[in-house]
Each structure stands twice: as structure tokens, then as C-alpha cells.
Design a protein around this ligand. Structure first.
Ligand SMILES: Cc1cc2nc3c(=O)[nH]c(=O)nc-3n(C[C@H](O)[C@H](O)[C@H](O)COP(=O)(O)OP(=O)(O)OC[C@H]3O[C@@H](n4cnc5c(N)ncnc54)[C@H](O)[C@@H]3O)c2cc1C
Length: 235
């Protein structure tokens, strides 16, 4: 698959929460086909040595017309995300991709898929889930979704609706206001009974290292091989 750098036009900008924004953009030179869970690299004209490369996961599966949906939060003092917040419909941004191996295990999967993400770490999960529903994949899924506060529970309505429609999808939102350590603590409290003396699940974890690494350790200490625990870290 060719991985060229090309300009993309911003088609739409939508605020999902006070601090999280979605942009839809369309690569101008060639369509980017990708697997859900993959990301593109934006080359931003900021910083001491531009371009500044920043990775963003696709939030929607590949579309026939080639638009890409990205969702990001404004990081306090962050050069890349603050630049993205300045962009408007019609603006252009350079990008390349797709990249990454944070993709679904081969189907059919005879294990429950356990997706755990914190905040914008839920973006690839959304893409994976939409693809699974679209493809009518029957694998049971438990999604544990961590939010930094009650107003920033990403994709909440969508996942509540999905849980009502699909009995094989379970959705567990958790709010942890005191950063990654509290998010890890709350997740582990949920995980222990779910994993104890149960058949192995297929875990996929996404967020910052401070969130993902202790959770990966939890699984490896329970006897999981490192390769059985898929991770994507944002920093
Ligand atoms: C494979 C991959 C996929 C990614 N996908 C997404 C995505 O879909 N959405 C998204 O918002 N970000 C995503 N990121 C993070 C993104 O690339 C940037 O790092 C983020 O936007 C911060 O960049 P910045 O230049 O604004 O701040 P920086 O100055 O680079 O970051 C400051 C610090 O913020 C922390 N940080 C990193 N990412 C985030 C974040 N998203 N929210 C809060 N703090 C963060 C890190 O500790 C970092 O050291 C992804 C990163 C990787 C490696």
C-alpha cells in the first residue's frame, strides 16, 4: 500500500464535547484505504522544526469516497492539537498513512473482545466497533470506556444505543477525574472479577502509557502472553 504524503481538505469540523473535536477530511491525491484501528500522520506547519508529525486514529471505517474522520482533544500547551483547533472547513493539511497494527484479531474469534480506552484512546475503538457491526461480526465485546469527567464521556449515546440493539455488546463507562492513576484503579476494580478464573479474553488497550502499561501488566501477571494484549499508546 502506497504511503505518500499528500494534502487533504477539511470538509467539516464538529465539536463533540467542550474539549474534543471531530474533523472530516478528504485526501486530495489518492484514497487512503485502511484497517479500523490504524492511524494517519499529520505533518503540521508548527514548532521549532516543522513539520511537526502527529498521529491520529481514524474514528470511522473506510468510506467509499475516501473521507477520514479524526477525533482529538485540545492538549493544554500542546502544539499539534492547538494548531488543529485553528483549522476550518476548506483548509488543507498534509498527511500520510495509514499506519499501525492496532487492528482486530483474525475473525471469527472464539474469545470475548475486551476493549479498554481512556478519553481519546477510545477513538480507534469506535472505528473497530463500527466495522464489526457493519460486517455483522458476532464476537461478544465488552467495552470499558474511561472519561476524565461526566461531560467528556466520548460516544456515550452511540454506545448506549448499540448496547440496547446488540446483546453481544456490553458497554461500561467509567469516570475518573484524577488522571490516569485513578482511571487505572477503577478499571482494575472492574477487571479483576471479569478475568478471574474465566476463559481468556482478547484485550485491546488504548490511551497514554500511564494508563495502558499498568493494565497490560495486569494481564501479563494473569498469565497472558504480551502478544495476546494489543496496545496503542499516544505518548
Ligand atoms: C498511534 C497514535 C495515535 C493517536 N491517535 C490520537 C487520536 O485519535 N486522538 C488524539 O486526540 N490523539 C491521538 N494521538 C496523540 C496525538 O498524536 C498527539 O500526541 C496529541 O494530539 C498531543 O499532541 P500535541 O502536539 O498537542 O501535544 P504534545 O506537546 O505532543 O503532548 C503533550 C503531552 O500530552 C500527552 N498526550 C498525548 N496525546 C494526548 C491526548 N490525545 N490527550 C491528552 N494528552 C495527550 C502526552 O503525555 C504528551 O507528552 C495519537 C498518538 C499516537 C502515537
Amino acid at each position: 500500500m502506497a504511503e505518500i504524503t499528500q494534502p487533504a481538505t477539511i470538509l467539516a469540523v464538529t465539536d463533540l464535547t467542550l474539549h474534543v473535536r471531530q474533523i472530516v477530511l478528504k485526501p486530495k491525491t489518492s484514497k487512503i484505504s485502511f484497517h479500523p484501528g490504524q492511524w494517519v500522520s499529520l505533518k503540521l506547519p508548527v514548532g521549532p522544526k516543522p513539520p511537526l508529525n502527529r498521529a491520529y486514529s481514524m474514528a470511522d471505517p473506510s468510506s467509499p469516497y475516501g473521507e477520514l474522520t479524526l477525533v482529538f482533544d485540545r492538549v493544554s500547551g500542546g502544539l499539534g492539537s492547538n494548531y488543529l483547533y485553528e483549522l476550518r472547513s476548506g483548509d488543507e493539511v498534509l498527511l500520510s498513512g495509514p499506519y499501525g497494527n492496532f487492528i482486530l484479531p483474525p475473525q471469527p474469534l472464539d474469545q470475548e473482545l475486551l476493549l479498554i480506552g481512556r478519553y481519546t484512546g477510545l477513538v480507534p475503538m469506535r472505528c473497530l466497533l463500527k466495522q464489526m457491526l457493519f460486517s455483522k461480526i458476532q464476537t461478544p465485546v465488552l467495552l470499558i470506556a474511561l472519561a476524565p469527567n461526566e461531560n467528556e464521556v466520548l460516544f456515550h449515546q452511540e454506545w448506549l444505543t448499540t448496547a440496547l440493539q446488540y446483546p453481544s455488546f456490553r458497554y461500561l463507562p467509567l469516570v475518573a477525574q484524577n488522571g490516569e492513576s485513578e482511571a487505572v484503579e477503577k478499571t482494575l476494580a472492574m477487571l479483576a472479577p471479569l478475568v478471574k478464573e474465566q476463559p481468556k479474553v482478547a484485550p485491546m488497550l488504548c490511551g497514554t502509557k500511564a494508563f495502558v502499561r499498568p493494565l497490560r501488566t495486569f494481564f501479563t501477571e494473569k498469565g497472558y502472553d504480551r502478544k495476546e494484549v494489543k496496545t496503542e499508546t499516544y505518548d
